[in-house]
Design a protein around this ligand. Structure first.
Ligand code: ATP
Ligand code: MG
Length: 675
């Protein structure tokens, strides 16, 4: 299948409408920069995918390639469309196209490949391997990481499905592993249930041997009074016995408490009646009486002091008058040898002696009063503290005497307490009661064991049934587990086989591609120093594809950018030729000689001529008209399969224009021969 023509209107740089006829043999398009070469080469990808992958990741100021797929120049055009017409080998034709705002469906797109052998994303692979562009040559070959290069070749030549089998089986193995873990957990749980039921059953069997119908009848009789319902079931009987056990325990607790209280009380009474304690009381009474006597003596002394002080206070006005007279006499002095107070004649010496005597009398009087006040205060303090001490001693004596009565009261309260639980306040009888209650508990527990054992008879039947069920479900879990294990083992075998087979297929197909690649390298000659270029498949688990020159050197780091492009071109052409799944026999090259020197350009022309001989339809754009002419001469055409030469131009406001269009007739070498 080939491309017959390309019709463009309002698309990219084409205002149009224009038509590019494609020769069945080749179409060589020439034009300067910006004349529309790439727009034409891109049209196939745009029709198939609705976008241009190489711009896909770019976005600027919120705009994307989708905003520039249609003509944006002035003046605008009413119609936007891209339509490609294809021709089958039998001459039938069909078209694939896109118009602006179309629903994205592109008609009979599946006719371009053999669906059953095509890779899952064959449309993408078709675009990548049909349209060879300067931008993608190095990116898809030398500059691509080795692992991705391997994946790309696998996808492009249509071997992805064998890899898919491999990855599918590994997915299934993963899934089965998870199921196996789950089945194993279920199996373990069920086995555990069987084990614990077996244990329970054997315990119930042992218990069951300890009980009989008669023993239960006896117990029903024994607890008749406590059982609310005479026909009560076993659980009621268990409850009743358990209640009695609890009752006996409470009683033991109360008796023990009572006994310890009684012990403490007895000890206290004994202490009270001891001679030591009596002696203590007597000594307290003696101290109290002594204190009483002392206090009375102090009181008498205090009264005497009070009286003396009152007497002294009564003499105070006289002393005050004497002090005033003394002061007056001292100030006035002798008046003509006479005393200023009484007017009697007195010598100066006698007068001074009299004044001194008055001073002493006043001083003595006030000293005596102050001494009496001090002494009275001191004795008063002694009296007060003595009284407090006496009160304390009297209270201690009263308390010691009354303690016996308190103990009597406590004993009476204890007796009442004992009465309430039907006991006597007697240490020996309390001990007896405690040991009786303990014995009761022992016998009640025995009764309880009998009831539980009797219940175990019924439980044995129940447990036997449950065990049977658990064994069956463990068996089914075991079966399920072994089925899953079998499935996992089988899948693993299949996975191993798939991996083996897929590796073999991949290696086989690459072995097929290799001579093609070597041949193309030989024709294009990327590097004159290293004419031998090889590629190797390495690694079994995660294989990768590496290029090699000389003795294991990587051309990626040795070749110049032009040399890398030439090598990449050879590689992409080899991949293109190895696509077994593609029905479209067209190879589109968008200016493949960019950054390639004339020497290599000539080699490329020869290589394309070779591809043409293999029956490829070649659409190639170039900038140089001379190179376009050379291509037209070297690419073989025939009368049935002619080639076409198109020259493009660009008119401002009009966009891309087809300037000339001519059919290239068959080139006959004989024309060159001399007559
Ligand atoms: N959406 C658009 N609207 C209007 N003009 C556009 C649009 N997209 C691209 N163009 C113009 O279309 C013209 C053709 O571009 P194209 O890339 O096809 O040229 P080319 O021949 O491949 O050039 P080169 O040799 O530089 O690669 C250019 O002048 C470009 O500016
Ligand atoms: Mg271009």
């Amino acid at each position: 299948m080939r491309i017959r023509k390309i019709n463009l209107a309002g698309y990219r740089g084409v205002r149009g409408p224009i038509e590019i006829p494609c020769g069945p043999a080749f179409t060589v398009i020439s034009g300067r920069n910006g004349s529309g070469k790439s727009s034409i080469c891109d049209s196939l990808e745009f029709v198939l995918t609705g976008t241009l992958q190489r711009y896909q990741e770019e976005s600027e100021r919120g705009e994307r390639i989708s905003d520039y797929l249609w003509w944006r120049g002035k003046p605008a055009v009413p119609n936007h469309s891209v339509v490609l017409e294809f021709e089958e080998r039998d001459g039938t034709t069909f078209t694939l196209g896109r118009v602006q705002d179309s629903d994205g469906k592109t008609g009979q797109i599946d006719r371009l490949c053999y669906r059953n052998v095509a890779p899952p994303d064959w449309v993408n692979q078709l675009c990548l391997t049909t349209i060879i562009r300067d931008e993608t040559i190095a990116k898809l070959s030398t500059d691509q990481p080795e692992r991705e290069r391997y994946e790309f070749v696998l996808q492009a030549i249509g071997l992805a499905s064998s890899v898919a089998v491999e990855s599918n089986t590994s997915e299934i193995t993963k899934y089965l592993n998870a199921i196996e873990a789950e089945a194993r957990t279920i199996y373990d749980q069920r086995r555990q249930a069987v084990e614990s039921l077996t244990f329970e059953l054997s315990r119930a069997r042992i218990s069951a041997t300890k009980a009989s119908e008669e023993s239960i009848t006896r117990l029903r009789q024994l607890y008749r009074q406590e059982l609310e319902n005479p026909l009560a079931d076993l659980s009621d009987l268990t409850k009743t016995i358990a209640q009695r056990i609890a009752h006996e325990r409470t009683r033991i607790e109360a008796l023990t408490k009572l006994k310890s209280k009684k012990d403490a009380l007895d000890e206290e009474i004994q202490r009270l009646n001891s001679s030591d304690h009596q002696e203590q009381i007597r000594s307290l009474e003696f101290q109290r009486d002594q204190m009483h006597k002392n206090l009375e003596a102090t009181k008498e002394r205090l009264d005497a002091l009070k009286r003396a002080r009152t007497g002294q206070e009564a003499a105070a006005p006289t002393l005050t008058s004497l002090a005033l007279i003394r002061e007056h006499g001292g100030k006035v002095g002798l008046q003509g040898g006479k005393c200023p107070l009484c007017g009697s004649a007195v010598s100066a010496g006698n007068f001074d002696a009299h004044l001194k005597l008055l001073d002493e009398t006043v001083h003595q009087g006030s000293e005596t009063l102050a001494g009496l006040v001090r002494e009275e205060n001191e004795v008063k303090r002694q009296y007060e503290s003595g009284r407090m001490e006496l009160d304390t001693l009297s209270a201690a004596v009263v308390e010691a005497r009354n303690h016996g009565e308190t103990l009597d009261k406590q004993m009476k309260a204890l007796e009442k307490e004992a009465q309430q639980i039907g006991a006597r306040v007697d240490v020996a009888s309390l001990s007896l009661e405690v040991s009786r209650a303990s014995e009761n508990i022992v016998s009640l527990n025995e009764d309880l064991t009998v009831v539980e054992a009797y219940a175990a008879i019924h439980r044995v039947t129940e447990l036997s049934e449950s065990l049977k069920g658990a064994q069956q479900s463990a068996l089914s879990a075991e079966k399920q587990l072994s089925t899953v294990i079998r499935a996992r083992t089988t899948t693993q075998e299949v996975a191993d086989a798939a991996k083996r087979v897929s590796n073999e297929i991949v290696r086989e197909r690459l072995a097929f591609l290799k001579p093609l690649f070597l041949e193309l390298c030989d024709r294009i000659r990327p590097h004159s120093e290293w004419p031998e270029i090889d590629f190797l498949l390495r690694g079994d688990v995660r294989p990768f594809l590496s290029f090699m020159i000389g003795e294991s050197m990587n051309p990626r780091f040795v070749f110049s950018s032009g040399q890398r492009r030439a090598l990449g071109l050879a590689f992409l052409l080899a991949v293109h030729l190895s696509r077994g799944w593609c029905r479209l026999e067209t190879l589109i090259l968008d200016d493949p000689v960019q950054h390639v020197d004339d020497y290599r350009a000539l080699h490329l022309v020869e290589t394309l001529a070779g591809l043409r001989m293999l029956g490829r339809q070649i659409i190639c754009t170039v900038e140089d008209p001379a190179l376009a002419d050379l291509l037209c001469r070297r690419l073989r055409s025939s009368a049935r399969e002619p080639g076409i030469r198109v020259d493009l131009g660009y008119e401002p406001g009009e966009g891309v224009q087809v300037e000339t269009r001519r059919i290239i007739p068959e080139f006959r070498a004989a024309f060159l021969a001399a007559d």
